[in-house]
Design a protein. Structure first.
Lengths: 172, 102
């Protein structure tokens, strides 16, 4: 992946500066000239030094914003899945006989984007009884707490995978 | 009303934190323990922080707490993944059903 995003680096830097300023204000909570001035100075320095490291995808700023909004809309569903997965794990831990049958599963995807693969790996860790062990290219090795159920969930429904692929405009 | 809701959230969060700790003790090997700490702790912390947000109301502190929730939901699974990844690359064999616990 190239270090430079395409198109207007200035727009990306302005967006980064804006986000950093909002973050600064949220953390400081003061609106007087001194604190805002110090914040603007710090954010400007960060933007100058590492402006080309953040937002370095090849997509346009508009596309990135669209993906971000779609991802935010995906979060409630993810939270529900996380809650479900947690209740399942809690049940298995607290059950006197501990009905677990762990093992490793491999999942093939055609994901290429860094953010997409991170999102997928983290979703896998949080949701259906699996923890992502290894990622190489588009191949994910996951450790499942209950081999049979997880295999069924992962191989047949593939909900998370399809959702994330749709969100990030990539093939599942 | 809001305080009651906050207390419910905090109680559920505490429940999941306790379950995560119990899982650390009861589960048989490293990988399965990662399940307990990775999932239960993330949701437990998240729910407790949401409870604090409801308790706090619409203030700047609530926004900070929300940022904390987002931070935990990104970093916690990542940390668990890197732990498990190292264990895997060191060829620690996962526990199979019927084996002795490690």
């Amino acid at each position: 992946m190239s270090l430079k995003g395409n198109g207007s680096p200035v727009a990306r830097r302005i967006a980064l500066f804006g986000i950093l300023m909002i973050f600064w204000y949220t953390l400081s909570g003061f609106l007087d000239p001194f604190h805002l001035g110090a914040g603007a100075l710090c954010c400007a320095i960060v933007t100058l030094i590492s402006g080309d490291l953040i937002f370095r995808s090849k997509r346009s700023l508009f596309d990135s914003a669209r993906i971000f909004i779609r991802f935010v809309l995906y979060i409630p569903q993810l939270l529900l899945e996380i809650l479900y997965a947690n209740i399942d794990v809690a049940y298995r831990i607290l059950h006197p006989a501990m009905p677990i049958d762990p093992g490793l599963i491999t999942i093939e995807t055609e994901f290429t984007g860094d953010v997409l693969r991170t999102a997928f790996a983290n979703s896998m860790t949080l949701t259906p009884g699996t923890v992502t062990v290894d990622v190489s290219g588009g191949t994910f090795t996951v450790h499942a707490l209950v081999l049979e159920t997880s295999q069924k969930e992962l191989m047949e429904t593939r909900d998370i995978q399809n959702h994330l692929a749709k969100i990030f405009d990539e093939a599942a | 009303m809001l305080n009651t809701l906050a207390l419910i959230f905090i109680a559920i969060g505490l429940f999941f934190m306790v379950v995560g700790a119990v899982g650390l003790i009861r589960l048989p090997d490293f990988y399965t323990r990662a399940h307990a700490s990775g999932k239960c702790d993330t949701l437990g912390e998240g729910m407790m922080l949401v409870g604090f947000i409801l308790f706090e109301g619409m203030t700047l502190i609530a926004v900070k707490l929300l940022l904390l929730v987002i931070f935990i939901f990104i970093t916690s699974p990542t940390a668990v993944h890197s732990l498990v990844n190292v264990a895997h690359s060191r060829n620690i064999a996962p526990w199979k059903k019927g084996e002795e616990r490690q």
